[in-house]
Design a protein around this ligand. Structure first.
Ligand code: NAD
Ligand code: 3PG
Length: 409
């Protein structure tokens, strides 16, 4: 069992945005009992107050860990995004501060694909507007603008974990699937890759976005792209709000060029369930608006809690950074008879030599050494005999270029 230079009950874990109880259970079972739990995202001031003495922080998509916030988090050792997206974290700043960021890359993908599948059917039948009219006492019984999905073409933009699953599910309903991705991807089922966004938009009856938020995907669909879409086509966005130019979408819907849309993510989202949702799309009957719930199912949230909490506990216990999104990935075996030292440094030539020299001068024998780097930082993990661990730790702290170092007994 790993022993820490800091006792586990002194390691503060801040969990925000109501991450699933399964996360708390995993951390407590691993011996981490100093957990500050909030059901909501914190405002900037409260976040700064809570994060400044936290060693780990767990968030979902609402909490912005900006450069400013991260710089207040002087004790921060690791970040867990209990979701897929990591765009809410300033990953480069975290990396430079020696803070790995972990996420759950798969656990909610099936939930998103299922929601989108349901929305495809609802939109193709014109259900959002029939539902809205019925709520106002109207009765829109008509086959006009109502279609089966069988035989229709689904265009998937971003053929990753969600896009591929959606494609397979859509094919089971008899749909034809085409996709556009910046990488060459293995088409699953009978799906076909097309080689330009314009081609996809001109062929698809339903367009569904599944790309991450990046500089390239910012307003990826705007006025010109909507004009490329087929008359009467529908759009689904359950990726990120910044990917669609919402005003241009509103125009395309109001002009009747697009028959409908289902939007789960927005450029600006309410910070809590008690804040007002403001969007130009409010009041459009042919638009399904959902409050960023694509991944919000009991199954997904429980699995994410277990997955991300497990990664945080593992990094804290033994230094493993496997699947960190901004950090050199080091896979580590369990250590028992030795002490383990973790050293994060600026990636400059000669640091490993300096460490080895400093240890040699003190007669410290290195039992094992693992190193990985990115262009910004290096992460070296060493095992030494326990009676030499404190001396080794003191030597490591003095190495020029050190960002942070930790000792696991
Ligand atoms: N609504 C929700 O609750 C919810 C839940 C989970 C994920 N998401 C969002 O969905 C996104 C996709 O999730 P995923 O698991 O499928 O991710 P993924 O990384 O598995 O797939 C993303 C795909 O997009 C492609 N891509 C990237 N940039 C592109 C571009 N400019 N043009 C075309 N293709 C591009 C990538 O090559 C990749 O194949 C996530 O990044 C997240 O933001 C939303
Ligand atoms: O990135 C994700 O996984 C989704 O956007 C879900 O985010 P949430 O955990 O805030 O619902």
């Amino acid at each position: 069992m790993a022993k820490h230079s800091l006792d586990k009950d002194k390691i503060k874990i801040l969990l925000l945005e109501g991450v699933h109880q399964s996360a708390v259970d995993v951390l407590e079972r691993a011996g981490y009992t100093n957990i500050e739990y909030h059901k909501v995202a914190l405002g900037e001031e409260a976040l700064v107050a809570s994060i400044q003495d936290a060693h780990f922080v767990g968030i979902r998509s609402r909490t912005q860990l900006s450069e400013n916030i991260l710089k207040h988090a002087k004790k921060l050792v690791g970040v867990g995004c209990f979701c897929i997206g990591t765009n809410q974290v300033d990953l480069l700043t975290a990396e430079k501060l020696g803070v790995p960021v972990f996420n759950a890359p798969f656990s909610n993908t099936r939930s998103v694909a299922e929601l989108v599948l349901g929305e495809i059917i609802m939109l193709m039948r014109g259900i959002p507007q029939r539902n809205a009219v019925a709520h106002r006492g109207g009765w829109l019984k008509s086959a006009s603008g109502s279609y089966e999905v069988r035989g229709k073409t689904l265009g998937v933009i971003g053929y990753g974990h969600i896009g591929t699953q959606l494609g397979i599910l859509a094919e089971t309903l008899g749909m034809k699937v085409i996709f556009f991705d910046i990488q060459d991807k293995l088409p699953l089922g009978n799906a076909q890759q097309v080689h330009s966004l314009e081609q996809l938009l001109s062929l698809a009856d339903i367009v569904s976005l599944h790309v991450p938020e990046t500089p390239q995907t910012q307003n990826m669909l705007s006025k010109t792209e909507f004009a490329c879409m087929r008359e009467g086509a529908v759009l689904i966005n359950a990726s990120r709000g910044t990917v669609v130019d919402i005003d241009a979408l509103k125009d395309a819907l109001q002009s009747g060029h697009l028959a409908g849309a289902a939007i789960d993510v927005f450029p600006v989202e309410p910070k809590s369930n008690s804040d007002e949702f403001i969007s130009p799309l409010r009041g459009l009957d042919n638009v399904l608006l959902t409050p960023h719930v694509g991944g919000s199912t009991a199954e997904a949230q429980e699995n994410i809690g277990v997955e991300v909490a497990g990664k945080l506990a593992k990094y804290s216990d033994n230094g493993s950074t496997v699947s960190a999104v901004n950090f050199p990935e080091v896979t580590l075996p369990q250590h028992s008879d030795t002490s383990r030292l973790l050293h994060i440094h600026h990636n400059r030539p000669g640091i490993l030599i300096k460490i080895n020299q400093a240890f040699a001068e003190k007669g410290i024998n290195i039992a094992a050494q693992y190193l990985q780097t990115t262009s910004e930082i290096g992460y070296v993990v060493m095992e030494v005999e326990t009676h030499q661990a404190d001396t080794a730790f003191e030597q490591l702290k003095k190495i020029e270029g050190t960002i942070r170092t930790r000792l696991l007994y």
